[in-house]
Design a protein around this ligand. Sequence first.
Ligand SMILES: N[C@@H](CCC(=O)N[C@@H](CS)C(=O)NCC(=O)O)C(=O)O
Length: 223
Amino acid sequence: MTGPVDMSQPTVFGAAYSVYVRTVRLVLAEKNVPYRLVEIDVFGEGGPPPEYLMRHPFGRIPAFEHDGFRLYETDAIVRYIDETFDGPSLVPDTSKGRARMTQAMRILDCYAYPSMVWGVYVEQVDGPQEGRETDPVKLDEAIGRSRTCLTALERLMDDGPFLVGSRPCLADLLAAPMFTYFRMAPQGQQLLAERPRLKSWLERMLVRPSMIETRWSNDEVGS
Ligand SMILES: N[C@@H](CCC(=O)N[C@@H](CS)C(=O)NCC(=O)O)C(=O)O
């Protein structure tokens, strides 16, 4: 979603391929909030543009701005969006539900992103595409850690259909981009096939309009 500059419209700085940028865009889309995406490529030669470090001193994506209010760190951004804009609430109604959502988001950030995205997807798919060989030891270790993540998330899920209860929340929107990458790796696909509840959760997420609108690769469909 790009267009003429309207300062009351939120701006997301980042790249469409990024897991965390996609989460912010998913939250905006689920709330029906128009926004601008300003492309910042942190993996390009030389890293992020130096002026971007004013927005994000750690040089990661995304960064966010709304009405002159600048923010970075996905968790802070998505909670701000959820509270600030109309549209369906993306946090559970009860304190126990909200605690579970936070727990799931910490699991995703601290354990799933490094093991499922970097350890499995990048090691098995992205690396070889860029001419780096898969390290079987690293891949094996990441598969073990990914299994632990899948088990933990499945336990939190109870009967679903979403990660925390009966409607999508911020945890689903953080998880879906990570799982989308994971499923593109042969090992990821195999591990998901062993987890029918998470597999059908992902299938439910993939057909949401917000996921379709933010799709960046044709590889994420059909497997
Ligand atoms: N803690 C940050 C993590 C963001 C993050 O790691 N983004 C990745 C792209 S998905 C990135 O910028 N990586 C650049 C790097 O590792 O140098 C957040 O929640 O926003």
